[in-house]
Design a protein around this ligand. Sequence first.
Ligand code: CP
Length: 308
Amino acid sequence: MSDAHTFSRRHILGLADLSVDDIELILQTAESFKEISQRSIKKVPTLRGKTVINLFFEPSTRTRLSFEIAAKRLSADTFSISSVDSSAVKGETLVDTARNLAAMNPDCIIIRHSRSGVPGLLARHVKASVINAGDGAHEHPSQALLDLMTVREHKGRIQGLKVAIIGDITHSRVAHSNIIGFSKMGAEVRVAGPATLMPPGVAAMGAMVCSSVRAAVADADVVMALRVQQERQFDPLLPSLREYAIFYGITPELMALARPDAIIMHPGPVNRGVELTPALADGSRSVILDQVTNGVAVRMALLYLVAG
Ligand code: CP
């Protein structure tokens, strides 16, 4: 990171918008915040008097709760609203919702939406900082940042590592943000999955497309299984879950091809026995719960950097 890099982004919409210095500053800030969550009194006054709104138009366990916990640990006032209890169900447009939220003068709005580009649209209509908590098949920046933090914690570096991402690359916002993020930070990113779910532009994002899962995993330092989006299970582009597990599921036999100290990651929620075997999900190489722990620290860093 260049000396005294200052964070000048008002919004966090995607890894594509962040420089290497921005990512480095976010990771360093998250690493320094992590300790707060290990104290008996898990609260600092950093964002006292700031207002954070969580606007979730799609289900979420990890992202929603960890943004809420992050804001509370920094002493911000937090408010949450979901699609079922917002006036969107009465036909209010997103831009009208945004203008009404802006009228209450929040400092930060965190949004998850099933449509790609909605956080960007919101950012054009409000004064508050907007953080993308996952938009359609576009990006999930805080997930990729917590993944980068977790890899660096376990491997001591990101530069030069071989990272294999396995699954539905087309529809995975986690994959898109991670391909961009790990490539920017100097890792070799390999992707593998059903050919019908491999987007044509993936090489331009910085990933090497492998012809098989075995080729992607061979000698890898990090193996990341993506969630099979069960809501798409009747999509003709996706093999049946059984077929998926046979051809693309991560097994101990596949992991034997990776480096002996390779770690296993998954953004959650895990479909046990589909994306990876339960023994691997719970085994000593799995860092899945470390990802969740680091999610709080990364989200504290993001809130601090955009609203602090
Ligand atoms: N990884 C992730 O986005 O999980 P949630 O959908 O539970 O937030």
